[in-house]
Design a protein around this ligand. Structure first.
Ligand code: ATP
Ligand code: MG
Length: 571
């Protein structure tokens, strides 16, 4: 497989759609939807669903709706709606004027419920929630019929109307579909379809005090919108017979539901419930904490929408549950940033270097490439002077064998500048810590090559001490230290595997002067260190804050290489 510009491989969903088009189903029309519940922020799993639904609509000349499945007023908020819209737009998708809300169908859904009552297919039940659960039975034992199951149509119509008028207490009555208490599929054992909930809704206010359940809403909303292919995750497979029952018994448009496996990522939890717990418990700074797998989090971290779309294309869709290595996500990100991020120099842990034979008052502007592989990205000039900073870890007083960087007596190249040789070390009297390096430079090596052909083994990045701009840099690791953090035993808390070192804040970093005033969201490669972006929340022109988006080390490429080698070795 080549990395870019590949023909999109087909998958079982696209094959079904092609077949439906060939068969002339719905006149060849393809209409999908992305149906979030506005009870949290979107995460990478949702990105998979968004790319799939919008992607398929675009490929087959169809349409994709954005529909909020807002049936649970106690957990939903308008702020989530706004955030979800921003995220879908950021990913690069456009729902045009097709922004819908299940709550706009409440009146229609109520009429549907009345229709079922009239047909003897729904009844008002006075059992308590606990009793309903108990009567439901289990996978191995059949359910028991509710004593209210055989109420007359008239009584049911009257009670349901009074439920709507608010005459009864929360939880005192429900409306249930009258299907089959002995069905193998528990979802068909007279499921609850309306509940009393005297909670205002973020869109309908206090107009309603009864709300349809998600199961009574989702499929019918698809039907109302004329959705041809209703794509959802595997956990809805068992609900499909129920959705089909509603559609059939209401005699409304029948979408085709197709289930696919959710996206799971290593070192990540992908459930809104768990993510909400991290936010509310203060384990992260918010939904958009750059360590969160939310779209707002990875956006702030510096991910590009292109890299997410490419990732979603590469993982594809399948029926089988699996977990994707987060290294693949990072690999897609690096591929994209490698092309688009201009190179700059920044020193995260500065060590002062004085170049003894460089004149005190001299400043040279040295040309540097913004992207060594792409001349179109141009050049810039970086100032060089007598006192510079290098990375603390690029110097060792007593270097081990394979350390080729700066050490006493050794010569290295400064990127775009000169060769320097270490001629002395200044230490803190009290601690013995190296606080300054003394060097000499060779004026003949300007630009980075020696006329006499002598070689050096390392090239270091650097900044001029008096020109560099101070910055704070935030380094991120995986939020969890366990590969599958959601895999917890009874009584265990998934938060126990939070990685205590997922955030390291470095202050006193120095970046080259060209970055002064860098705008929020701007992305760079800090040479030799990784990809970084200006934090959109905490950075200001006079107090820069950068997030490390990802390091340069590509573990995915290494995994692939090892696999390839192993394949060769074992014929
Ligand atoms: P969560 O389990 O994280 O709370 P959800 O399924 O409750 O997510 P919804 O708002 O109902 O969240 O999801 C909207 C759409 O996104 C649904 O069609 C759902 O199937 C899909 N989706 C949710 N999580 C994933 C995932 N991890 N991978 C792929 N699709 C997902
Ligand atoms: Mg859901």
């Amino acid at each position: 497989m080549t990395e870019t510009g590949t023909q999109r491989p087909s998958d079982f969903i696209r094959n079904i759609i092609k077949e439906d088009i060939r068969a002339g189903k719905h006149g060849g029309r393809v209409h999908t939807r992305f149906p979030p519940e506005p009870n949290g922020y979107l995460h990478l799993g949702h990105a998979k669903s968004i790319c799939l639904n919008f992607g398929i609509a675009a490929e087959f000349g169809g349409l994709c709706n954005l529909r909020f499945d807002d049936t649970n007023p106690s957990r939903e908020e308008a702020s989530y709606v706004a955030a979800i819209k921003e995220d879908v737009r950021w990913l690069g998708f456009d729902w045009e004027d097709r922004e819908f809300y299940a709550s706009d169908y409440f009146e229609t859904l109520y009429e549907y419920a009345v229709r079922l009552i009239r047909d003897g297919k729904a009844y008002v039940c006075d059992l308590s929630p606990d009793e309903i659960r108990e009567y439901r039975g289990t996978l191995t034992s059949p359910g028991k019929e509710s004593p209210y199951r055989n109420r007359s149509v008239e009584e049911n119509l009257d009670l349901f109307a009074r439920m709507r008028r608010g005459e009864f207490k929360d939880g005192s009555r429900v409306l249930r579909a009258r299907i089959d208490m002995a069905a193998d599929n528990l979802n068909l054992r007279d499921p609850v379809i309306y509940r009393i909930l005297k909670t205002p809704h973020h869109r309908t206010g206090d107009r309603w005090c009864i709300y349809p359940t998600y199961d009574f809403t989702h499929g019918q909303s698809d039907a109302i919108e004329g959705i041809t292919h209703s794509l959802c995750t595997l956990e809805f497979e068992d609900h499909r017979p129920l959705y089909d029952w509603f559609i059939e018994n209401l005699g409304i448009f029948a979408p085709r539901q197709i289930e696919f496996a959710r996206l799971n990522l290593t070192y990540t939890v992908m459930s809104k419930r768990m993510l909400l717990e991290l936010v509310e418990g203060g384990y992260v700074s918010g939904w958009d904490d750059p360590r969160m797998p939310t779209l707002s989090g990875i956006r702030r971290r510096g991910y590009t929408p292109e890299s997410i779309r490419n990732f979603c294309e590469r993982i594809g869709v399948a029926k089988r549950e699996s977990t994707v290595d987060i290294a693949l996500l990072e690999h897609c990100l690096r591929q994209d940033l490698n092309e688009r991020a201009p190179r700059v120099m920044a020193v995260l842990r500065p060590l002062r270097v004085v170049i003894e034979n460089y004149p005190e008052d001299r400043v040279e502007m040295l040309p540097a490439l913004n992207h060594p592989a792409n001349p179109d990205m141009g050049t810039r000039e970086v100032p060089f002077s007598r006192v510079i900073y290098i990375e603390r870890e690029d110097f060792l007083e007593d270097p081990p064998k394979k350390f080729y960087r700066l050490a006493p007596g050794r010569e290295v190249r400064l990127r775009y500048a000169y060769f320097i040789r270490c001629v002395g070390v200044v230490k803190d009297d009290a601690t013995g810590e190296v606080v300054e390096i003394r060097c000499t430079y060779d004026p003949e090596t300007r630009g980075g090559d020696a006329p006499d052909g002598r070689k050096v083994k390392a090239t270091l990045h650097w900044v001029s001490a008096s020109h560099a701009v101070p910055a704070e840099v935030r380094l991120y690791g995986h939020l969890f230290s366990k590969e599958n953090p959601a895999d917890v035993k009874e009584g265990e808390d998934f938060k126990a595997s939070l990685n205590p070192r997922s955030l390291e804040v470095l202050t006193g970093c120095r970046v080259e002067p060209g970055l002064a005033g860098a705008p929020p969201g701007a992305r760079y490669q800090f040479e030799r260190l990784g990809y970084f972006c200006v934090d959109s929340r905490d950075s200001s022109p006079d107090a820069l804050v950068f997030n490390r988006t990802v390091t340069l080390r590509d573990t995915w490429a290494r995994i692939r290489k090892t696999e390839a080698r192993q394949r060769k070795e074992t014929p």
